[in-house]
Design a binder for this molecule. Structure first.
Ligand SMILES: Nc1ncnc2c1ncn2[C@@H]1O[C@H](COP(=O)(O)OP(=O)(O)OP(=O)(O)O)[C@@H](O)[C@H]1O
Length: 275
């Protein structure tokens, strides 16, 4: 059965705001037949997903379906969990990152991550932003100053903090802290930004700011975002993958997922019948 969830019809709340994806933008990630086990728990099952440059890809699905697990495989953070086993491939820019010869440090210079709860370091705003560049050996103050300004502007927080750069980041509001964490991520000039429910701890106004920011950032970066919030996926993403019980049930451009899904389970989820 076809269903319609468009701006004008049944559900104004799930209006897709994102522009349709371009014909075939370059692939950033290509996941093929990815399986992942936590011990005996088969958490990801035969995942096949391509993610594209300068797009926002949303990952949605009910609690426990494997969203966070999947996004953590994309920067190999998953390796921090003991007793994890994977099979299959994840190619980032044509190289399989699951191949142990791929240095995780190299991957992390290309792929930044923003987490559910803002996690600034207990340092000044300035020191938070320059943390990555300093780790990479940049010491020149003029260059670091430029990185700070550019990154904070990129994360749409410069005007709010430019006069207090040397104050502790913990003095910022939750929404400001999250934008600072995005600035910290931008300072390493990544190619891809992974976001694991970046607004779930924020109030609606801060959420809106982050959503607007994501739309800006996709001009320069590729963004993969896990969200519980279907309206958010509909508003900001170009493509959406619906996960259920560790499988990708449906992956398509966001408009299709929310207005004309092909799988009954997708339809049931986006209409709130479960999850
Ligand atoms: N560190 C871990 N050790 C063992 N099992 C885990 C671990 N993390 C997740 N799992 C299991 O893997 C499955 C997928 O969990 P995951 O956290 O990826 O789901 P999710 O879709 O992100 O859920 P939520 O929306 O609640 O955050 C679940 O069965 C979960 O219990």
């Amino acid at each position: 059965m076809n269903m319609t969830l468009t701006r004008e019809k049944e559900s104004p709340a799930i209006a897709t705001g994102a522009v349709q994806p371009a014909a075939s933008p370059e692939k950033v990630y290509e996941t093929s037949y990815l399986n992942l086990w936590y011990g005996e728990n088969h958490a990801l099952k035969n995942i096949n997903l391509d993610m594209h440059q300068n797009e926002v890809t949303a990952i949605i699905g009910p609690s426990g379906c494997g969203k966070s697990t999947y996004i953590k495989t994309l920067n190999r953070m998953i390796e921090l969990v003991p007793d994890v086993k994977t099979t299959g491939q994840i190619k980032y820019r044509n190289r399989n990152i699951l191949d142990q010869s791929y240095k995780v440090e190299d991957l992390r210079t290309q792929v930044g991550m923003v987490f559910q709860k803002p996690n600034p370091f207990p340092k000044s705003i300035y020191d938070n932003v320059v943390y990555g560049p300093r780790t990479h050996g940049i010491k020149n103050k003029k260059i670091l100053d430029q990185i700070v300004e550019k990154s904070l502007k990129g994360a749409a927080i410069w005007n709010e903090v430019k006069d207090r750069l040397h104050e502790n980041a913990y003095g910022l509001s939750g929404g400001q802290q999250q934008r600072l964490c995005i600035a910290r991520c931008l300072a390493i000039e990544p190619d891809v930004i992974l976001m694991d429910e970046p607004t779930s701890a924020l109030d609606p106004i801060s959420t809106l700011k982050i959503e607007e920011l994501v739309q800006e950032l996709k001009k320069d970066f590729s963004i993969i975002i896990v969200t519980h919030n279907m309206q958010q996926a509909a508003r900001i993403s170009d493509r959406t993958a619906f996960f259920l019980n560790g499988e990708v049930i449906e992956y398509a451009d966001t408009n299709t997922i929310f207005s004309n899904p092909t799988d009954k389970r997708t339809e049931d989820y986006i209409t709130g019948r479960f999850g």
